[in-house]
Write a protein that binds this ligand. Sequence first.
Ligand code: ZN
Length: 349
Amino acid sequence: MFSEKLKTEQPFATKFFESALSSKNGLPAEAEEGALPLLNAVYGRQPSNGKLSHAYMFTGSDPMAQYNLAMRIAKILNCQNNASVDCTCTNCNWIKQNRHPAVITISPIDYCYGNEGGKPKTEITIAQSRYLKQALSTASQYHRVIIFTDAEEGKEQESKAASFWKNYEGELTHPYTDMSEETRESWIPKPLTTKIFDSAPANALLKTIEEPSGKITFFFLTKDKEDMIETIVSRTQVIPVLSQNRETPDLSILENFFKVFPPKNPAEAIAYSERLLEVAKENSCTEEDLLIMMQEYMRRLFKANAENKAVSEKIIGNIQKIQQAQDEIANYVNTQAVFDSLMIGLIKL
Ligand SMILES: [Zn+2]
């Protein structure tokens, strides 16, 4: 369903969607242990139990990774074969070329049909919303996937876009616009904000998002759910997508720490937590940096243990716990408390 590469990069999101997408095919949902309770804990909302929701909000600082994940899910939902990574069925191929009629990217410069003169705007317009609403009210043989994102293109983005698309060569490319003959190689997605997608065009779509007619899945690409209006947030399931474009952190300051990792009992866990925060102070790095380092360490462990299902599942669980700690710190939960409970969560069973 997902490539090993994508699973390593996005252990949490891929595990979550593997479960949601397998129930679509009538297969028993795989063990949701970890993913669903975690979502509950982090977002305080009851996710639809292993089933595909109508709408997802991706969060994080890597819109390209989010776009790639949404497009991969579009392939899985429309594949005429078994949704293998290298499938070459008509639908998978169309989506790979970003020319599938049922997989639509909506940004101020995409899907301009509703816009006067088809010209790009600086925000998603209410005319675009109305046009989309109309288009989605007709029947389709496909599972339609609508991706909302901000985007930019042009000379200034060329080199950034080139290196972006190179990472996803053979899997995905930039969208096309029927109205534009120009190539769109400099197109790159950007996170949505309320400025780009404000209440009027968003509210025009609420009913469609909540109760779409037929098989439709919406994705909203954002940095943080705070960047979107509440009426949209409350209708989506929020899924964190890990960034792939940040620099690999230097783990050397935690070298001694990882030598005796993980803690074996609560007393050790608390001692670890205290020591970690001291290390952060001594090296004047932030708590967020520490967590990014720990996540990177787990990712390396995951790569080294990808063949061992039991161990890799455990590591995925640990990565999720670290992600949760990051969310808590971002939400101003007391740092010591976050690290204490994280370390207790990481105790070797
Ligand atoms: Zn296919």
